[in-house]
Structure formats: C-alpha cells, structure tokens
Write a protein that binds this ligand. Structure first.
Ligand code: GSH
Length: 228
C-alpha cells in the first residue's frame, strides 16, 4: 500500500515524515504542496491545510496530518518495531518525547526561528502583531533563551548518550527531534555540543534516508543565513 505525502521541502515538520518514509523503506510518493494547501481540492482532503499530510487508502478518512501521528500510524500498520518500539516502557519514552517536543519545545523553536525563516507566525504572537521591530526582536530572544531548559531535558532524560527509547537505533522520536534541531542553526546561541553529536549520530545511523531530505531544509536555512 503506497503512501502519498504532501510536503513542503523547507519545513522540519515535513522533514520528520520524509526521513521516516525513507528509513522505513515503505513505498511512497511525494508531492510539493507549495501554493496548494488552501485550495478547495486540498482542503477537501486535509481540512487543516497542514503538511506533512498523507493520503492512504487504508485510513478511515483517506488522509491525515500531524507528523508524529503519521509516523505512529505507518509504524503501527507496518509493524516497524525498531522505529516505534512495542515494549510499553520504550514506547512510553518515545511517546513522551514526541508529546513534549510538540507541546513544549516546538512552540519555542517556532517563536525563535520562524521570524528569521520568513515563515508565517501564529495569530496572537508578538511576531504576528503590530508591535515594533524592537519588541518583536525582544520576544524572539526571550523564546530562544527559554529553549535551553527543554533541550537540557532532552539531553538528560530522553537522549542520554544514545537514542530515544533506549535502543540501538533511532526511533520516530529521534527522527522528530533531529529534524527539529535543524532549525536551531538560525538561533544566536550555537547548538550545544551534545546536540551536534546527537544529530551526527542520528544522521550516521539513518544515512541517506536522513541526509537527502535534510538537504532541502539545510539549503533553505543557508539561504536565509546568507541574506542576513
Ligand atoms: N504540528 C504539525 C505542524 C504542521 C505545520 O505547521 N505545517 C505547516 C508547515 S511547517 C503547513 O503546512 N502550513 C501550510 C498552511 O497552513 O497552509 C506537524 O507536526 O505536522
């Protein structure tokens, strides 16, 4: 059963699923959704207008979105126990890391980096308000400073010196965290050494499955850095 992925190449939310599909060795096709996410045809299938989104004929609605949920669904469906451990304790580590990333780390990542990436910022945030440039810069810097705490939690609790889930190879939580760390190249503070080592470990373990789609994100980040 092939998976059709709607994706935006510079996005780390999308990078996670792009890496997962390659690492899992599942049959898939990819379509660049740039300029299409608000079209009636897209909205009929994916009313959230969000990518990554997959079309999959076995799914009860035919399509779904949310990077972590997509990886969980496809891993469950295809018994990919190395990527999504079945043992309850290991799975709890993976799920907890992914929920913590989406609920706590990622909002700080987006507030720290989206203004520099030129990505739309969420309604109600300083960056999308009519605040002054100074106020927006201060809000961005505050979000960046707040990243240190959840990153340290990832280091000490989830990652330690290995992979999330305590196995010998990366899980869907490692794919999601590694992809997210890619945007931190746009922060003023350098990525902590442990995170650089971790990113290298994940990329080495996944090989081209990671580096090929990551090149799209890295190319976009580099183009932004060149302009600034
Ligand atoms: N929590 C979601 C976030 C998805 C998301 O924000 N997608 C953005 C790109 S990073 C998008 O597709 N935006 C297009 C739109 O809203 O039209 C996930 O992890 O999949």
């Amino acid at each position: 059963m092939s998976t059709h992925l709607h994706m935006l190449p510079p996005s780390v939310n999308n990078l996670a699923v792009r890496v997962f599909l390659r690492a899992a060795g599942l049959p898939y096709s990819e379509e660049n959704a740039w300029g299409k996410t608000r079209t009636p045809e897209f909205l009929a299938k994916i009313p959230s207008h969000l990518t990554p989104a997959i079309e999959h004929s076995d799914h009860p609605r035919g399509a779904m979105w949310e990077s972590c949920a997509i990886m969980m669904y496809l891993a469950n469906q295809n018994d990919l126990d190395a990527l999504y451990p079945r043992e309850p304790g290991k799975r709890a580590l993976v799920d907890s890391a992914n929920f913590y990333l989406m609920g706590t780390l990622y909002p700080l990542v987006s507030r720290s980096t989206y203004p520099r990436l030129g990505f739309p910022c969420y309604p109600g945030e300083v960056a999308s308000s009519d605040a002054t440039d100074e106020q927006k810069a201060a809000a961005r810097a505050t979000a960046e400073a707040a990243l240190a705490e959840p990153l340290e939690v990832f280091r000490t609790y989830f990652v330690r010196d290995g992979f999330i889930g305590d196995g010998a190879s990366p899980t869907i939580a490692d794919i999601r965290l590694a992809a997210t760390l890619e945007f931190l190249a746009l922060c003023d503070a350098p990525l902590p050494q442990w995170a650089k080592d971790y990113l290298g470990r994940v990329e080495q373990a996944l090989g081209k499955a990671y580096s090929e789609p990551a090149a799209d994100v890295r190319g976009y980040v580099a183009s932004v850095q060149k302009k600034s």
